[in-house]
Design a protein around this ligand. Structure first.
Ligand SMILES: Cc1cc2nc3c(=O)[nH]c(=O)nc-3n(C[C@H](O)[C@H](O)[C@H](O)COP(=O)(O)O)c2cc1C
Length: 233
């Protein structure tokens, strides 16, 4: 990872290999696949395998969503890394009721031993593993700072913190004030949510965040990575 890494966020239906390559050429240091269901991958579901396909050695993290350890093990036994593969990312951020009802995504935020077991399985296969999280399922969990428990107790390589809780509307803004507390854990923290300007990058660097993950702003302007990098270093 760079001293400050610019990442393209995982976005369902958007971050296919072509878009990831475009953003890479426009300055993203690394990219993420959209979330892929662990259960479907373990069954070799072709359309799900398609989602995690990496082409042209574009630096890519594969994002997984799910909670079943056996399925994860089955998938990893069959998995063959290709050039560009950087590691796995566990989705602990998705707030969609569809996923929450299954106990996936941000429903896993407080299940620390479960998350640690999933992380351990990936590590036992010698693959890097990171986590993408929210601040909690709702404002109460955010206030109780359950995200800090997760960052402290789970042993992953880095943590992408989407600075919103699960009940916040899409239009409401991310809370940049939480990053200092995350960095104080001593872990590698990547910021995500509403990062658009060089001032944002300056601020994130000043508090010790190690990278910025950018999603929606890159859809219309993939060039944003180069632009943000210009004022940076
Ligand atoms: C259309 C769309 C699809 C998304 N799909 C995923 C996903 O598959 N996995 C995930 O972790 N986050 C997903 N997200 C959330 C983004 O990765 C990111 O956390 C969020 O958009 C905030 O960053 P931004 O303000 O830079 O867009 C999605 C967001 C959008 C807009």
């Amino acid at each position: 990872m760079k001293e400050f890494e610019f990442m393209l966020a995982p976005m369902e239906g958007i971050t296919d290999p072509e878009f990831r390559e475009l953003c890479y050429r426009k300055g993203a240091d690394s990219t993420f696949t959209e979330m892929a269901m662990i259960a479907a991958l373990s069954r070799n579901n072709q359309s799900t395998l398609e989602k995690i396909k990496i082409t042209d050695a574009v630096p890519t993290y594969i994002q997984l969503i799910g909670a079943n350890e056996d399925y994860l093990e089955t998938f990893l036994k069959a998995f063959k890394p290709v050039p560009g593969f950087m590691g796995f990312n566990l989705n602990l951020g998705c707030p969609s009721p569809n996923m929450i009802n299954k106990g996936f995504g941000s429903a896993l935020m407080k299940r620390l031993s479960k998350v640690n077991r999933l992380v351990r399985i990936i590590k036992d296969h010698d693959y890097p593993v990171s986590i993408k999280l929210r601040l909690g399922m709702n404002n109460y969990e955010k206030k109780k700072k359950i995200y800090l428990n997760l960052i402290n107790e789970v042993d992953a390589d880095f943590y992408v913190v989407h600075a919103k809780h699960g009940k916040q509307a899409k239009s409401s803004l991310s809370d940049f004030s939480i990053y200092e507390g995350c960095v104080a854990t001593g872990k590698v923290i990547i910021a995500n949510g509403d990062i658009k300007t060089r001032e944002h990058i300056k601020f994130l660097r000043s508090v010790g965040v190690r990278g910025a993950m950018i999603g929606r702003p890159a859809i219309k302007k993939p060039n944003i990575f180069k632009k943000l990098k210009k004022g940076d270093s």
